[in-house]
Write a protein that binds this ligand. Structure first.
Ligand code: SLL
Length: 265
């Protein structure tokens, strides 16, 4: 594909947050009954997706997504074209976990080559601790999602315009041309429901807090940071303890050497 006409905007880097991953649910007569026609050996239904954070539209920079599934699945290479405001998704059923290849195709104005991501489909509860696994088991859903940031380095001018043509409120979430306090307040209310912290479309914003179905926010970031700080503290304490032990052992070695020297002379 020929690069778009025009120059690149020098020294500019623009990023857009997005999420990709899978959600799997075991078949269960009550909570997730197996639809007719699904083979006997299939144990789970699952979804793989690429979408905007807080479900904002990303089709203004991402044009289509190719999902390459396991060869055992009929028609295992699927191309999904972007539909404004909707996630790129595939729903499937199966019995096994495997690596999914996700290829991102950008809008033509970007002049960007496609880029590949890899995601491991998880069907079975997992986690860093037994507790995390158990929580997943109880939720009846195996969620394996990744937060990612797409970086556009020195975008072409036309694409830069697309990316920065004004962060706009999520359609339907705010008063469009409504007048008066009442309407404005109502708009604000709706916006709050849609996204805590009011994430705008076509922005690089991240929600302030989590809410059901939205796992990535400044709040998540803070929790992760706290975990990292705690881990760092533990490592520092361990290092200190080791250093003290080493010092003791060195002392002991010197004593033994001195004793040996006394004995041999
Ligand atoms: C495993 N290495 O052994 C993996 C392979 C393949 C998963 C997993 C088939 C679905 C269908 C399916 O689930 N394949 O027949 O449509 O775990």
């Amino acid at each position: 594909m020929a690069p778009p006409a025009g120059k690149r905007v020098k020294g500019v880097q623009i990023f857009r947050p997005f999420i990709y991953g899978t959600t799997a649910r075991p078949f269960d007569e009550k909570t997730n009954p197996k639809p007719p026609g699904v083979p006997d050996d299939h144990t789970h239904s699952w979804t793989v997706f690429v979408k905007g954070i807080d479900d904002v539209d990303i089709t203004y920079w991402l044009r289509r997504v190719q999902f390459k599934l396991h060869e055992s699945i009929p028609n295992h290479v699927r191309m999904i074209d972007g539909e404004k405001g909707k996630p790129f998704t595939i729903h499937e059923t199966g019995w096994g976990e495997f690596e999914i290849t996700i290829k991102l195709y950008y809008v033509p104005e970007s002049g960007e080559k496609p880029q590949t991501l890899y995601h491991h489909l998880r069907l079975h509860p997992f986690g860093r601790t037994e507790e995390e696994k158990e929580t997943m088991r109880l939720n009846g859903e195996v969620i394996s999602w990744t937060y990612e940031e797409q970086i556009f380095n020195e975008p072409y001018e036309a694409f830069y315009d697309v990316l920065t043509s004004g962060a706009i409120p999520v359609p339907g979430s705010k008063v469009g041309g409504g007048k008066g306090k009442g309407a404005a307040a109502k708009g604000k209310e709706q916006e709050a429901q849609r996204s805590e912290g009011g994430v705008l479309e076509r922005s690089a914003m991240i929600p302030m807090t989590n809410r059901p179905g939205q796992l990535f926010s400044r709040e998540t970031e803070q929790v992760e940071l706290k975990k990292l700080q705690e881990a760092l503290k533990t490592v520092q304490e361990m290092t200190k303890k080791m250093a003290t032990e080493l010092e003791k052992k060195n002392q002991r070695m010197l004593e033994l050497k001195a004793e040996g020297a006394v004995k041999t002379t």
